[in-house]
Write a protein that binds this ligand. Structure first.
Ligand SMILES: Cc1cc2nc3c(=O)[nH]c(=O)nc-3n(C[C@H](O)[C@H](O)[C@H](O)COP(=O)(O)O)c2cc1C
Length: 173
């Protein structure tokens, strides 16, 4: 059941040293390639980092984030082509969430790291920094990246938001 999977996905920010395999990375991205996208334009591409030195460099784009206390096995940068689609932000979010669900289904953990319109004290524009560091063409937005790996912290199952206060029928109440 879908809810069983949704309950299990939590943001994971601590990881063990075990590496995620290339086959698992492929499975994760292959699942996300089913994502719907505005006008079916599939504007996303993925840059997968696993070299610890590269991951350290990428971490500088968001170094104020606790997620990098314990770096994980891989980082997946979600690139979306701004020239290809006006819905690149939404498309990027959907494909990222699907990856998170697949990661969770494989018994692994991930955390979403927001990049769009972000800076750090030393880096003016997180996306631009990543484009320059990893040779990513200017046309790509990098709205977020996912850090993933073997889970190194315990989390309870996800509780859903409260239906009564979130849902309105007929008129806003
Ligand atoms: C759009 C979006 C942006 C997020 N940005 C970050 C982030 O930059 N750093 C971080 O540690 N977590 C980030 N998260 C993870 C959220 O903090 C997390 O999903 C939320 O606290 C709920 O916890 P859960 O994922 O365990 O259900 C982001 C999540 C989303 C959906």
């Amino acid at each position: 059941m879908l809810e069983d999977l949704l309950k299990k996905r939590r943001s994971i920010r601590k990881f063990t040293d075990e590496k995620v395999t290339d086959d698992q990375i492929r499975e994760i991205i292959e699942a996300a390639l089913y994502a719907p996208s505005g006008m079916g334009k599939t504007p996303w591409e993925f840059l997968v980092l696993s070299d610890p030195e590269d991951m350290k460099k990428a971490a500088l784009a968001k170094k104020d984030q606790p997620v990098f206390e314990d770096k994980g096995s891989h980082l997946i940068l979600v690139l979306t082509d701004k020239e290809k689609s006006q819905t690149y932000i939404e498309d990027s979010a959907i494909v990222s969430f699907l990856m998170q669900e697949k990661i969770s289904e494989l018994g692994l953990g991930s955390c979403w790291i927001h990049l769009r319109e972000r800076s750090t004290p030393s880096i003016k524009d997180s996306e631009e920094y990543l484009r320059q560091t990893f040779n990513i063409p200017e046309k790509f937005a990098i709205c977020q990246m996912l850090v993933l790996g073997h889970i190194g912290e315990e989390k309870d199952d996800k509780e859903p938001a409260d239906f009564e206060s979130k849902v309105h029928f007929d008129r806003y109440k």
